[in-house]
Design a binder for this molecule. Structure first.
Ligand code: NAP
Length: 252
C-alpha cells in the first residue's frame, strides 16, 4: 500500500548517502518531502542519511534504495521502488557522480567511459525513467548536478568536465520538452565543496583551487542543498532550463 495517502511531495535523490546528496536529502526533508535515498554501495551511510532526515523532520517518510544509476535496469528498479512506496515522484535530484582525473595524454578510455556513464548517461536514464510519471501528474522538478568545470573546463578533468557540460545541454533540452507539462529542469553547478570527492585531492591541488575562489573558502554541502531545495519547491515553478552556480564566485 502506498505510504503517501495525503499526496505529500516525494523526492528521489541519487547518491543521497554522502556529501552533497546527504545535505540535499536533509534539506528536502525539512521542506516536508518524503524521500527515496539512493546509494551505490555504502548502506551504512545511506541509513545514517535516513536517520538524519527523520531527525530533521519526524513527519516525513523515507526509504533507502541501492542502485547503480549508470545501469538502465537499476534506474527502473529505483523508480519502481519509489512508486510502490509512495505512489508518485515529484522531484528527481540527479546528484550521483564520480571523478577519475587524469591528463588527456594519460587518460584511458575506461576512465573516460566510466565518468560519462554515471555522470551523463545515468542522469539521462533517471530523467527518462521519471518522465512518464511526472507528465501524468502534470508536476515535476528535475535538478541535475553539474559543476563549475562543466562551464569553464579544468586541466586533468576532460572526462568529468565533458560529463558536466553534457548535463547542462541535457537539462536545457528537457526543460524545453517538458515545460508545457509543468515540469521544470534545472542544473546546479557547485564550485569547490568539502566532501569525500574533494578530500581525495592532494593538499597542493586543494591549495591551488582554494586560492582561485573569490570567496577564499570551500563551500559546504548545505550551501548547495539550499539552492537545490529552492529549485525543488513549488515556488520555483517558472524557473526552468537554468544553471545556478553555487561556487563562491569561481564561475563569475
Ligand atoms: P561524494 O561525496 O563522492 O558522494 C558521491 C555519492 O554518489 C555517494 O552517495 C555515492 O554512493 C553515490 N554514487 C557513486 N556512484 C554511484 C552510482 N553508480 N549509482 C548511484 N550512486 C552512486 O560526492 P559529492 O562531492 O557529494 O558530489 C555530489 C555531486 O556533486 C556529484 O555529481 C559531483 O560531481 C557534484 N559536484 C561536486 C563538487 C564538489 O566539490 N564536491 C563540485 C561540483 C559538482 P555510496 O555512498 O553508496 O558510494
Amino acid at each position: 500500500m502506498s505510504n503517501n495517502e495525503n499526496n505529500t511531495r516525494v523526492a528521489v535523490v541519487t547518491g543521497g548517502s554522502r556529501g552533497i546528496g546527504r545535505a540535499i536529502c536533509i534539506a528536502l526533508a525539512k521542506q516536508g518531502k518524503n524521500l527515496v535515498i539512493n546509494y551505490a554501495g555504502n548502506e551504512a551511510a545511506a541509513t545514517e542519511t535516513l536517520n538524519l532526515c527523520k531527525e530533521a523532520n519526524p513527519e516525513i517518510s523515507a526509504i533507502t534504495f541501492k542502485a547503480d544509476v549508470s545501469k538502465e535496469e537499476e534506474t527502473k528498479a529505483l523508480v519502481d521502488a519509489a512508486m510502490n512506496e509512495f505512489g508518485r515522484i515529484d522531484v528527481l535530484v540527479n546528484n550521483a557522480g564520480i571523478t577519475a582525473d587524469n591528463l588527456l595524454a594519460r587518460m584511458s578510455i575506461e576512465e573516460f567511459d566510466r565518468v560519462i556513464s554515471l555522470n551523463l548517461r545515468g542522469t539521462y536514464l533517471c530523467c527518462q525513467a521519471v518522465t512518464r510519471t511526472m507528465m501524468k501528474q502534470r508536476f515535476g522538478r528535475i535538478i541535475n548536478l553539474s559543476s563549475v568545470v562543466g562551464i569553464h573546463g579544468n586541466a586533468g578533468q576532460a572526462n568529468y568536465s565533458a560529463s558536466k557540460a553534457g548535463v547542462i545541454g541535457l537539462t536545457k533540452s528537457i526543460a524545453k520538452e517538458l515545460a508545457a507539462r509543468n515540469i521544470t529542469a534545472n542544473a546546479v553547478a557547485p564550485g569547490f565543496i568539502a566532501t569525500d570527492m574533494t578530500n581525495a585531492m592532494t593538499d597542493t591541488a586543494k591549495e591551488s583551487v582554494l586560492g582561485s575562489i573569490p570567496a577564499k573558502r570551500a563551500g559546504n554541502p548545505e550551501e548547495v542543498a539550499s539552492a537545490v531545495a529552492f529549485l525543488a519547491s513549488d515556488e520555483a515553478a517558472y524557473i526552468t532550463g537554468q544553471v545556478l552556480g553555487v561556487d563562491g564566485g569561481m564561475g563569475a
